[in-house]
Design a protein around this ligand. Structure first.
Ligand SMILES: Cc1ncc(COP(=O)(O)O)c(C=O)c1O
Length: 400
């Protein structure tokens, strides 16, 4: 028996999954030097949205970073700056290297292997693998789309999901990625009624693209139940490479004191946050509002372009976040469609099933530079019209 086989525990993470047909074709095209317009890319630094001043601000703090003073929650001025911006006490905040890392810490804190966390569906696909790294299962709670008002939580469905005794925490993504729906307070009420903690991922909170009929509420900072608010510079400053996120703890005092002790231990075990960026955080937060304005203007402008480009195709109602959902005619199987769009239109899009959405829904990033986005939308609309024509005539026209 090889070492690798002995080291590989059964029923845990499947690290050997073969790439799907879409990934295989994409890799082939890339190796042939074919350039695809990536309509899935939400890395803001590739779309002219990174403010170089951020590096100047970090640079100003390098001199202070020559000495390492480890502290589990992060340097005090950084935590104080977060409390000033978002509320609560500096002691309520722990810095992490990213929101994804924060999920990992919380999964380690709140659940034992074999237990589960409730997650929104459709939703952000990374939560399930993050849970799986901690040997946890996920239990999706569905939200349902109603046109044109948007995504709605069915409280009965949520209550049914949460009745599973193996669930140890409820994740709410506010607004959700990729649906763009702000979370309903019922999530917290149902969690609190069962004594379940809430992990409130609010990385997209400030990116409100469309005014809401009812003002949304933040879930982080709430005290109905133990609540872990997640946020970070990856979205707030459009600067994922800074690797800085944070957890805000709130809730009933006794639970909070227990969770604070545990978070201190977890944070102290990793000490993963880099000193220069942590020291720069108070000044970096001073750049947040301009970053939010810059990114939100981009999202709004691209949403308008999409509305103009896709004619009769239904753009699902979104309120916040960086993605757009487009319903298309069921012209072919989702993998075939995505591959045909790469081969025949030079476009890369995500099929809905990546996010637990119906097959004939595509998920598109709203971040690309406006001329690139407009051209990509034009090609996508034209390609879909050709594919629909092929389907009617049984042929396969070439398209360029
Ligand atoms: C809903 C949601 N949460 C968290 C993250 C990850 O953020 P970070 O870069 O801080 O790990 C993302 C990234 O796209 C996201 O969409």
């Amino acid at each position: 028996v090889s070492t690798a086989a002995r080291a590989r525990p059964a029923n845990r993470v499947d690290f050997d999954q073969p790439p799907n047909a879409i990934a295989v074709r994409r890799a082939e095209l890339t190796s042939q030097g074919v350039e695809l317009t990536d309509l899935t890319d939400t890395n803001p630094t590739r779309h002219g949205l990174f403010d170089p001043q951020i590096l100047t601000v970090v640079g100003r703090h390098l001199g202070q970073a020559g000495r390492y003073e480890p502290s589990p929650g992060g340097p005090w001025p950084a935590r104080a700056a977060l409390a000033e911006r978002y509320g609560g006490d500096p002691d309520d905040y722990w810095l992490t290297a990213s929101t994804s890392e924060a999920y990992g810490w919380l999964f380690a804190l709140l659940a034992n292997p074999g237990e589960a966390v409730a997650i929104p569906s459709p939703g952000y696909p990374l939560i399930e693998p993050l849970a799986s790294l901690h040997s946890l299962d996920v239990r999706p709670y569905r939200t349902f789309y109603v046109h044109p008002s948007g995504w709605e939580l069915d409280r009965t469905v949520l209550a049914e999901t949460l009745s599973d005794k193996r669930i140890r925490a409820v994740v709410a993504v506010n607004p959700n990625n990729p649906t763009g729906a702000y979370a309903e307070p019922a999530i917290v009420e149902e969690a609190a009624a069962r004594g379940l903690p809430v992990i409130a991922d609010e990385v997209f909170w400030p990116f409100q693209v469309v005014p809401l009929p009812v003002a949304p509420s933040r879930l982080s900072g709430g005290d109905a139940t133990l609540t872990f608010g997640l946020d970070g510079l990856s979205k707030l400053l459009a600067a994922p490479q800074l690797k800085l996120g944070w957890i805000r703890l709130s809730g009933p005092p006794a639970d909070k004191a227990w969770a604070a002790r545990c978070l201190d231990q977890i944070a102290d075990t990793y000490l993963s946050v880099n000193t220069p960026v942590a020291l720069a955080l108070p000044d970096l937060l001073g750049l947040a509002d301009s970053a939010i304005a810059r990114v939100t203007a981009r999202l709004r402008s691209n949403l308008t372009t999409a509305r103009q480009s896709f004619g009769d195709l239904r753009i699902r109602t979104t309120y916040g976040g960086w993605m757009l959902l487009l319903d298309i005619p069921p012209v072919m199987e989702p993998d075939d469609l995505v591959i045909a769009l790469m081969d025949r239109a030079g476009l890369y899009v995500h099929p809905g099933y990546f996010y637990d959405l119906p097959d004939a829904t595509l998920a598109i990033s709203l971040l690309p530079e406006p001329p690139v986005f407009a051209e990509a939308c034009r090609r996508l609309a034209a390609a879909l019209a050709v594919f629909a024509g092929d389907r009617r005539t049984g042929g396969s026209q070439s398209w360029s």
